[in-house]
Design a protein around this ligand. Structure first.
Ligand code: SF4
Length: 308
């Protein structure tokens, strides 16, 4: 059985159904190191796109994957970090679109929209999902902790510009974090920027998975309701539903491969093992505790597993 380097999933996505992930960057390379990041702290805090991998190698894997005929709803360029840091993004998106009729989506923090090259690349995607968590520079620095060369006004101006040029679906996302951006004033400032953006949907998220920093918490229900009202968005405040999938035969290795890209909580691991008719569930949970690569994080009263 072939193990993929750039492809993972499909993973149930709260917004897009069964999403096949394509990672065009090295692990934990990002322009931000968000306090709520589910991957932990960013290891490679970058300021501009660079070449990571050969596009042809990624497309070769995708061709192989398609031969397996596994159901998926969307192909998502996502990575473990910021995928628009990949210098060859346009070539990749066009290459993927030539190989499948499924929509190609890109999840981004939006910071690289300041580059013409990145805006041009993203225009080739069917769905672009940028995030906007702050309405001012101070909160931006507190919550997203960007690379020092990244300027808040430049990023929001680039987002507005892109939104007016782009013809595909633009789905915004705002992560609401207790004490960071959930005050009425902060929400109104975010709304002010959103008023200038031409988008199709706005999702409101909360840190449902273990965050990079232990002091990060979900907002209260009242604050979340207020955020939904002021921002005029849709809440996706619940864990993914649906089934995870892996091609890897060994149950333990399959989970390790999934959590290298997407942390799983205890219940997600259990239902994944049940779907594979696994007979030694307890043994696998024991192995998690012994494996030095795996971090078990206690969050919201249950264990979540992710790679260190
Ligand atoms: S949440 Fe996204 S933008 Fe923020 S550090 Fe993690 S990968 Fe980067």
């Amino acid at each position: 059985m072939k193990e993929y380097k750039y492809i993972f999933g499909p993973i149930p996505s709260r917004r897009m159904g069964n999403s096949l992930g394509i990672s065009p960057i090295e692990k934990r390379s990002c322009t931000y190191s968000c306090v709520y990041c589910q991957l932990g702290r960013t290891k490679n805090l970058m300021k501009e796109p660079k070449k990571f991998f050969e596009t042809e190698d990624i497309l070769e894997e995708f061709r192989d994957y398609l031969k397996e005929n596994i159901a998926m709803d969307v192909v998502t360029v996502v990575g473990e970090g910021e995928p628009t840091l990949s210098y060859d993004l346009e070539e990749l998106i066009i290459g993927l679109k030539n190989l499948t009729e499924k929509p190609v989506a890109v999840i981004t923090n939006g910071s690289m929209l300041v580059y013409d090259r990145v805006r041009k690349a993203l225009k080739a995607a069917d769905i672009v999902l940028p995030s906007l968590d702050a309405g001012n520079e101070t909160t931006f620095k507190r919550i997203n902790r960007p690379n020092g060369k990244i300027n808040f006004n430049d990023v929001t101006e680039a987002l507005v510009k892109f939104s007016k040029e782009y013809r595909g679906q633009l789905w915004m996302e705002t992560m609401i974090v207790d004490g960071f951006n959930d005050s009425t004033d902060e929400l109104k400032e975010i709304r002010k920027i959103l008023d200038k953006v031409r988008y199709d949907r706005l999702y409101i998220n909360t840190p449902v998975r273990p965050p990079a920093e232990g002091y990060v918490n979900e907002p209260s229900k009242e604050k979340l309701d207020e955020a939904i009202k002021i921002l005029k968005g849709t809440s996706i405040q619940r864990l993914s539903s649906g089934a995870f999938f892996s091609e890897i035969k060994d149950d333990f290795e399959a989970i390790k491969s999934i959590i290298s890209r997407h942390p799983m909580n205890k219940f997600e691991v259990k239902s994944f093992l049940e779907s594979r008719k696994c007979k030694n569930e307890e043994e696998i949970f024991d192995k998690f505790k012994r494996d030095d690569d795996i971090e078990v994080v206690e969050y919201k009263n249950y264990s979540t597993y992710r790679l260190k």
